[in-house]
Write a protein of this length. Structure first.
Lengths: 470, 737
């Protein structure tokens, strides 16, 4: 192997190793997040062939990620489940590297891998045991196979690559409810690039077959509840356009800025434009619906395409800032400088993301100290599963449920069921979703405040109140 | 450049208008909605710098709205012309070259050398070459005073002015004098061209055959643009001026060390017209390193301030409004130093302090800034008609920003610091202290980036997007700084005394090989009066001393030389050698002949192979509609050849470049386009014969050296012979430094 190739692969390994180390070092950054607990529990139920009460509400995702999460959980608990995503994240980075390498050469492939791996979103989602990284890997795989089909040497290879891309895209679509947005983009591209006949045979037909099979065989096919979820997300989090715009681009400004430089790349400007275009569907959904729910995580699907465009941008910046001099050292200096900025930017974003969800460790520890097996805990949010998962080894017989299950009577005569031992009232990370004020009358009449935990977030403070039965 | 045939001119103007509209909106939005109330001074400062940029751009668009293309009229006959050459301390060899070129001017004239240095060797040179030597006792008013002293000794109707390093082509006067049929014409100006394209202010792409010159924008587009408004300006050299016009303004203007601009203003304010003839008619020496560049620009800056405050064209009577605007555009350029300084210090201030000159740097700001910036760059590029080169212009702005600022202080300080400083010719002085401002900008920018990123990583700052954007801005400034520093250092370490002209001429060389005298044919290039390089097929001679016979049109030059170095490579079964030769013992007359050839024919030939204009985006878009055949790859060649045309005597030539479909040669044979030619290329012992026809010819200007450049199309394209030649040319190209 040539020296330059050796250095190249060492650098690529370094990028992957960085992702691995950063993810592993702070894998315990937060207590279990409600979606993590949901997915793991669902996965267990699916794997055991049991009835899965949460599954209908998570249609699609139940077929992929929860099973992987429960697999990881079986080996290492929450951290095991998170490590599964680290592996998927590393695989996705390799997909982005390979796709960019095919499109624009190995140096730009390396840059794209670095941009992705240094982004806060990628690092965060690698250690958040939810379905996002699985969906992202399927999307990244579809991207890689689409690119491979584009550069295919033979019709058979082209057909195989296109069919594989279609299947991977279908998998991503059933994993995350937002990702079907990429299907029309994919089909248009295949029609334009490979012709109508190839699009019908190797994209539309496999897609139809896959989706039919999914609807036919899936134990929890899509149902109105999913539509309700999306609609609900839009209603409860609808924000002014300027705010959603700011909030969306807060995470993507630098990626788009770098990609914008790619538009001026002498060789890859059209490719950069195409990649920028492909990155937009998810953002458009958020902007059009004005729903901000999970936008800071969903932008990872845009970064998959912005990373190669950004690599072209960095290459152009290095070319431009080195004043088109042929000195390789000057070019390398600017490339490294820009990557350093990307890295620092990503670290800062990661720090923010790690503290966006409530770290309820103090509440879990409180219950661990003061609770007992068989206790009944009411929560003001739909996150009882979180405590159930965290405390299941200590209190296998404990029950955690939403407070509404324990309210008797209505109007002014509402009372809390006598079976309830503790009530946990959190200002959820939305703050407005499950305000404890709704239950103030019950808490005042039937409960005593035992603890008031202050939870610090990257965006402010919230409180978790633990009440005991009066 | 013929602007009449340039496509898309209307579209260019539409783009410019659009850019102006977008910029006005952007600046309005900036001032009304973005200022940081906690940093108003900072906000206003940056905004003012942006407004200055807009103002200069607006004036630029106005100036270059409709650049002229002129065809030289027949010269006036029987008029008297005196050529004035002001000099003070330029090397005599440089002056000799200029005077030899002046003697070659075809139009009857006298040459007056105005020596402010009072040097005996210049006096002797003038006697030898038949020029009039004049030296004044007092040296008041620098160059302008010297020129006025020349006027006192001139009775001619017209005076041509050349700097001491500017060698005119023989048809200089013939090209410009015809314009004076217009009795109201005060002066006719030609571009100030430079042949030393390895200078500090040139960038060359040998592969693309493209030269970017820092003053290209001025000479190739601004001056033709000003010409449209009757505001072309006299640049102190390469011009002919009507004596009566000069008498009207009491001679060349004094009171400013940029006497040229002041003289132009006075002439035009008296109602005299001006013409800009956009054709290279003289070649001089550009500032070779940053040192003379700095001295020259400081002088221009100081002169600009003097004119701005003492003879501001906006308040002088007699100028038209467009003329005032054109002069304003030329006068405010020293302010650019302050504008650039603001742009260089803003990102470090933001990165160090976190204070913004706007209340937020967010997506809304970028959505305003990016379209404004993109369309401004695009419009500038298009209105520059391919002579702009934003990035290189920015790099040079970095190179001279403090020069302009210091020129203001020189203007404000006591008079002694305002002394006229001649631009030194040749390299030598250290560039170190002239690069201090750029080094400081680079260091401050890098330090600021490190500082801000460290604080970001430590969690002490959370304005990550502001830091990222300003780090990119600071990096850009760093790039500008590093670019100019590296280039300046590269030029400073350049040891060559003179620019080697990359012309190729056929030649013979002779040497003793032990068995007797051997004579071989070769091609000479990298030509100077002191030395040449030789490319020859065969092994390098093992002796040091060789005889040389340069085959020039109108008669060969024989001399001797020493081989200083040699290198041999294998080329397609042959040995090819590259020899470095120091010329020795050439008599003065032959040396002068070589000098005359080099400064006229050779310079014209090699520069004609380069383009000074790049294609803009609109050019490329509009060209797509044309069905142009793809041009075969051309390879520079150093192969000698014998060319015949019908009954004419065979002549030696050098193949300048070759492709599989044709070649370019320079030869003495007068041939018309479409004429058949036979070329026998000499590759060692082999002769490769090719038949073709002349596709185009370019005549060269010197009568004593009758020669033409001919593009030949082979009768049989992609023949084995042509492929063989391309392969050999490719391989021997490795020998060239």
């Amino acid at each position: 192997m040539k020296r330059s190739s050796r250095i190249h692969y060492i650098l690529l390994a370094g990028v992957l190793a960085y992702g691995l180390v950063i993810s592993l070092v702070k894998i315990d950054y937060n207590s279990v997040f409600v979606d993590e607990a949901y997915h793991i529990v669902m996965g267990r139920q699916l794997a055991a062939g049991e009835y899965c009460p949460g599954c209908p509400a998570h249609t699609g995702s139940v077929m992929t990620w929860p099973l992987l999460a429960s697999f990881g959980d079986a080996f290492g608990g929450l951290y095991g489940a998170r490590i599964m995503n680290i592996i998927l994240g590393l695989a996705l980075t390799v997909c982005i590297y390979l796709a960019t390498r095919i499109l624009a050469g190995k140096d730009l492939g390396l840059l794209a891998a670095a941009i992705f791996m240094f982004s806060g979103q990628a690092l965060y989602l690698m250690k958040l045991a939810t379905y996002d990284m699985t969906a992202a890997l399927f999307l990244g795989g579809a991207f890689l196979m689409t690119v491979a089909a584009h550069r295919a040497g033979s019709p058979a290879y082209e057909a195989t690559a296109l069919v594989t891309a279609t299947i991977l895209l279908s998998l991503s679509a059933i994993t995350k409810y937002l990702l079907p947005a990429f299907i029309p983009v994919f089909l248009i591209y295949v029609i334009l690039r490979h012709g109508v006949m190839n699009a019908i045979l190797f994209a539309l037909a496999p897609l139809t077959v896959f989706m039919t099979m999914f609807f036919w065989f899936s134990p929890y096919p899509p149902n109105p509840q999913v539509i309700y979820q999306i609609e609900n997300a839009r209603e409860v989090s609808s924000l002014p356009l300027a705010t959603i715009f700011d909030w969306t681009f807060r995470w993507l400004s630098l990626a788009y800025l770098l990609a914008a430089f790619g538009l001026f790349h002498e060789r890859y400007r059209r490719l950069a434009a195409l990649l920028i275009l492909v990155s937009t569907p998810i953002l458009l959904i958020h902007i059009i619906t004005r729903a901000e729910t999970s936008v800071n995580k969903n932008v990872v699907f845009a970064i998959i395409f912005l990373a190669p465009a950004g690599a072209m941008g960095i290459d152009h910046i290095a070319h431009l800032f080195s004043m088109r001099e042929t000195s390789r050292a000057v070019k390398v200096f600017f490339t490294v400088s820009v990557i350093t900025i990307v890295w620092a930017y990503g670290i800062n974003n990661l720090r923010w993301l790690e503290k966006q969800h409530p770290d309820v460790t103090p509440v879990i520890e409180y219950l661990s100290r003061n609770g007992f097996d068989g206790m009944t805990v009411a929560t003001n949010g739909w996150d009882g599963v979180m405590y159930e998962y965290a405390l299941e080894s200590e209190y296998p017989g404990a029950r955690f449920d939403h407070i509404t299950w324990f309210i008797r009577g209505d109007g002014d005569g509402r009372r809390l069921d006598e079976r309830v031992d503790f009530v946990i009232c959190e200002d959820d990370y939305y703050g407005k979703h499950y305000p404890s004020e709704r239950f103030r009358d019950i808490l005042d009449s039937d409960c005593t405040l035992l603890e008031d935990f202050t939870i610090e977030h990257s965006w402010g403070e919230t409180h978790a109140l633990v009440f005991g039965r009066r | 450049m013929d602007f009449r045939n340039l496509k898309g001119e209307r579209l260019r103007r539409v783009v410019a208008v659009l850019a102006v509209a977008v910029t006005i909106y952007y600046l309005y939005w900036r001032v009304t909605e973005t200022f940081n109330p906690n940093a108003l001074f900072f906000s206003w400062t940056l905004w003012c710098a942006e407004v200055f940029g807009f103002f200069t751009t607006l004036l630029f668009y106005f100036t270059v709205w409709k650049p002229t293309t002129r065809e030289a009229p027949e010269p006036l006959e029987g008029r008297t012309v005196d050529v004035l050459i002001p000099t003070i301390n330029e090397p005599v060899e440089v002056l000799r070259k200029t005077l030899l070129a002046c003697n070659d001017l075809k139009y009857p004239h006298r040459t007056l050398v105005l020596d402010d240095g009072g040097r005996d060797e210049v006096r002797e040179l003038c006697e030898e070459l038949g020029c009039v030597y004049l030296a004044r006792g007092e040296h008041e008013n620098a160059k302008a005073g010297n020129l006025n002293f020349g006027l006192e000794h001139s009775e001619a109707e017209f005076v041509a002015v050349f700097d001491a390093d500017h060698a005119p082509l023989p048809h200089f006067i013939d090209r410009l004098l015809g314009y004076f049929k217009d009795y109201e014409l005060g002066f006719a100006q030609a571009p100030q061209e430079f042949y030393n394209i390895d200078s500090f202010q040139h960038r060359v792409s040998p592969e693309k055959k493209y030269i970017w010159a820092e003053q290209g924008l001025f000479y190739y587009i601004i001056q033709p643009g000003r010409d449209h408004w009757n505001a072309a300006y006299f640049v102190g050299t390469c011009a002919i001026i009507r004596r009566k016009a000069l008498d009207d303004i009491d001679g060349f203007a004094t009171g400013s060390i940029t006497e040229d601009m002041m003289t132009s203003i006075r002439l035009q304010s008296e109602g005299w017209g001006s013409v800009y003839h956009n054709e290279p008619l003289a070649y001089g020496i550009a500032a070779e390193t940053i040192v003379p560049f700095h001295i020259q620009r400081r002088r221009w800056g100081l002169g600009g301030w003097q004119v701005f405050f003492k003879a501001n064209p906006f308040f002088i009577k007699g100028l038209s409004f467009p003329q005032r605007l054109c002069y304003l555009a030329s006068l405010i350029y020293p302010f650019e130093g302050f504008q650039k300084l603001i742009f260089y210090v803003t990102p470090p201030i933001i990165l160090f302090t976190g204070i913004l000159p706007m209340h937020a740097l967010d997506i809304k700001y970028l959505l305003h800034f990016i379209p404004y910036y993109a369309i401004s760059i695009y419009a500038f590029n298009e209105m520059g008609r391919g002579y702009g080169g934003n990035l290189l212009l920015e790099q040079f702005s970095m190179g001279k920003f403090l020069t302009y600022i210091s020129s203001l202080f020189a203007f404000l300080l006591p008079k002694r610091s305002r002394k006229f400083a001649v631009t030194p010719k040749g390299s030598g002085a250290s560039s170190g202290r002239y690069l201090t401002p750029q080094i400081l900008v680079v260091l401050a920018s890098i330090a600021a980036i490190i500082w801000a990123l460290t604080f970001l990583l430590l969690g002490k700052r959370s304005d990550e997007f502001i830091i990222a954007v300003n780090s990119l801005w600071a990096l850009y400034n760093t790039g500008l700084g590093i670019g100019i520093i590296l280039y300046a250092r590269k030029k400073s370490s350049q040891k060559r005394e003179n620019f080697r002209i990359p012309d190729s001429i056929p030649m013979f060389y002779r040497y003793e090989n032990g068995e007797g005298r051997e004579k071989r044919i070769a091609v000479a290039d990298n030509l100077t009066q002191e030395g040449i390089s030789i490319m020859t097929i065969g092994k390098a001679p093992s002796v040091r001393k060789i005889g040389l016979e340069l085959i020039l049109p109108g008669g060969n030059i024989e001399t001797e030389g020493y081989i200083t170095h040699s290198r041999t490579v294998k080329a397609n079964g042959h040995l090819a050698s590259r020899l470095g030769i120091k010329l020795n013992g050439m008599p003065r007359s032959r040396r002068d002949r070589l000098t005359r050839y080099l400064s006229s024919s050779s310079v014209s030939k090699f520069l004609s192979e380069f383009s000074t204009r790049y294609e803009t985006h609109l050019d490329r878009r509009l060209k797509k509609d044309e069905d142009l055949p793809e041009r075969a790859r051309r390879v520079r060649s150093w192969l000698p050849a014998v060319v015949t045309n019908g009954d004419s005597r065979p002549r030696y030539s050098a193949i300048r470049n070759v492709s599989e479909t044709g070649c370019l040669i320079a030869t003495e044979i007068p041939v018309e386009p479409e004429s058949p030619v036979k070329i026998m290329v000499i590759v060692g012992q082999d002769i490769v014969e090719l038949d073709g026809k002349v596709a185009r010819t370019t005549g060269l200007p010197v009568e004593d050296f009758p020669e033409a450049l001919m593009g030949i199309e082979f009768d049989e394209p992609e023949s084995e012979s042509a492929k063989y030649l391309v392969k050999i040319a490719d391989q021997i190209g490795e020998l060239v430094e």
